[in-house]
Design a protein around this ligand. Structure first.
Ligand code: TPP
Ligand code: SF4
Length: 248
């Protein structure tokens, strides 16, 4: 007898994504969709898509979606949540989007304690535009605009967004996870669940930073990209919870 072991979450549309082979944006979409479904909120959710490779996220999530200009997703989410407080509102943003042009928006949204949830996909590079250096690019990492590797003297050290936001009182949930192994994927889902529940409980701002791969612009094959993330990103961007509820 055939037994169904795995199926596409109803939180996703029946579309093939445009992501490159081995890109973990797809895994993160799956986790977000599963959380929406398991919490029974897909029909009441409004997602804000960013600029970057996940610009087409509005095609993939099976909930209402809004497309924001580069980095402005937290501002758009603020307007939507304040005018529709009964809705579940989340942003999905890359590191070029959130940590560069949108760094002001995310800090201010966290400071105001907006009741929104942010999924922050950190792959250390501008994926969509051809692999330029991002604020999150590691020291020594080669990109299209740092062909000899990021130079600390010239560009400083990469921004640790989760640590920065964890210092803000309005941020009530801050956790960094990764999606490079099955165990880490399970932990990532748990964090997204907790973050989403916090909004449903009417508490403050929540963010899950997800370390993700960009095999195409890192210039490594998909499986090696998972290893690269483990060996290079996790040491600089340690995984774990940085803020939960009203804990200081
Ligand atoms: C106002 C504005 N500035 C710049 C761009 C060009 N742009 C599009 S995507 C992108 C980088 C996105 O990188 P990231 O957020 O890291 O997402 P990824 O593609 O890596 O998932 C940039 C700079 C734009 N579309 N609009
Ligand atoms: S360019 Fe990078 S981030 Fe964009 S879809 Fe391809 S692998 Fe993913």
């Amino acid at each position: 007898m055939e037994k169904l072991l795995y199926e596409r979450s109803a939180g996703l549309t029946d579309m093939q994504t445009h992501y490159c082979p081995g890109c973990t944006h797809g895994v993160i979409h799956k986790l977000v969709a599963e959380c929406l479904e398991e919490l029974g909120i897909t029909g009441n959710a409004i997602g804000i898509a960013p600029v970057g490779c996940s610009v087409l996220a509005y095609k993939y999530f099976n909930c209402d979606m809004f497309e924001a200009a580069h980095g402005r997703a937290p501002a758009v989410a603020t307007g939507i949540k304040r005018s529709h407080p009964d809705k579940f509102v989340f942003t999905y943003q890359g590191d070029g989007d959130l940590a560069s042009i949108g760094s002001g928006e995310i800090v201010q949204a966290a400071h105001r304690g907006e009741r929104i949830s942010t999924i922050f996909v950190n792959n250390g590079i501008y994926g969509m535009t051809g692999g330029q250096m991002a604020p999150t690019t590691l020291v020594g990492q080669k990109t299209a605009t740092s062909p000899y590797g990021r130079d600390e003297e010239w560009s400083g050290k990469p921004i640790r967004i989760a640590e920065m936001l964890a210092t803000i009182d309005g941020a009530k949930f801050v956790e960094r996870v990764a999606v490079n192994t099955p165990a880490n994927i399970r932990k990532a889902k748990k964090a997204i669940m907790e973050c989403f529940k916090l909004q449903l409980e009417g508490k403050g701002f929540g963010i899950v930073e997800v370390l993700s791969t960009c095999p195409t612009n890192w210039g490594v094959p998909p499986v090696e990209a998972l290893k690269w993330l483990d060996e290079n990103m996790i040491p600089y961007y340690p995984l774990g919870n940085l803020r939960k509820g009203d804990e200081e």
